[in-house]
Design a protein around this ligand. Structure first.
Ligand code: ATP
Ligand code: MG
Length: 256
């Protein structure tokens, strides 16, 4: 199932080189649905090693854009390249994504984790210890036997994130991964994301939490009406957003 394809572990592909699939570039990217142009991105290059945070109002096209970048949706026009090459199956398998509404397998919490570890070629003898470690990282140690689909919203998000991290992906796409989490859980998940980023995973993350964007991000992509209005280092974005739309967004104004 494509949505569940995650990166290969070191056991399969060797230790990943940081930023091996960068830059991620999009040229002439357009997606239309129902006569409406949802995405219109003529020229985008993502090359910072640190996390890229995607901001923008509801309906701006953030989720659609990361689905396109991850190869889950075919554009009507345009091209995406990774490190200057067309993404092949191996490059896609080095990516992982956590959806805004996570898709969990109809099995137990540990069953979900065993499944991805097997997929990544982790030997059976190592899987139990790895699952224990992942559960601890996601604060889900007491929940291993519960069916994944009966988890609360926040628990499900945490499981989806540790499952995505299980394969040490080269590029990790995250769509509002902390939207249902309480402040403590948010802090712990941010620490997990920061740790993955430090270990060389390129994080591309949608969030509505400006504080989170500031804490985790190296650069901001601001989307509005399916267009990238600006791409700015975090340190410059918050004090001085360049576009009027981003200024209004940061000031808490509603965009229409
Ligand atoms: N298959 C589709 N058919 C028609 N319209 C679509 C389709 N998929 C997405 N859209 C529309 O495209 C726009 C962008 O959607 P998207 O989910 O990317 O927004 P978003 O920026 O992620 O918003 P949010 O912050 O609410 O998650 C929305 O207006 C949405 O209704
Ligand atoms: Mg969205």
């Amino acid at each position: 199932m494509r949505d569940l394809r995650l990166s290969h572990s070191g056991a399969v592909t060797g230790v990943p080189t940081p930023a091996r699939d960068l830059p991620i570039s999009a040229r002439g990217l357009r997606l239309q649905r129902g006569g409406k142009l949802l995405i219109d991105v003529p020229d985008l290059t993502i090359e910072t090693v640190g996390p890229t945070m995607i901001l923008g109002p509801n309906g701006a096209g953030k989720s659609v854009l990361i689905r396109l970048l991850h190869g889950l949706v075919e554009p009507d026009a345009g091209q995406i390249t990774l490190a200057g090459r067309d993404p092949d199956r191996a490059a896609r398998a080095r990516q992982a994504m956590v959806f805004q509404r996570p898709v969990l397998l109809r099995r137990s919490v540990t069953g979900n984790l065993h499944y991805v570890l097997r997929f990544h070629g982790v030997p059976r003898s190592e899987r139990r210890a790895r699952v224990r470690d992942l559960l601890a990282r996601g604060d889900l140690s007491g929940k291993g036997r519960q069916s994944a689909r009966s988890l609360s919203g926040g628990e499900g998000q945490r499981l989806a994130l540790i499952r995505a991290l299980a394969g040490a992906p080269e590029i990790l796409f995250l769509d509002e991964p902390t939207s249902s989490l309480d402040p403590g859980a948010t802090q712990r998940i941010e620490a997990l994301i920061a740790r993955a980023a430090r270990a060389g995973t390129k994080v591309i993350m949608v969030t509505h939490d400006l504080g989170q964007a500031r804490r985790l991000g190296e650069e901001i992509l601001f989307l509005n009406g399916g267009r990238v209005e600006e791409q700015t280092p975090v340190a410059d974005f918050f004090p001085r957003p360049r576009s009027a739309a981003a200024r209004a967004f940061v000031d808490g104004h509603l965009l229409v």
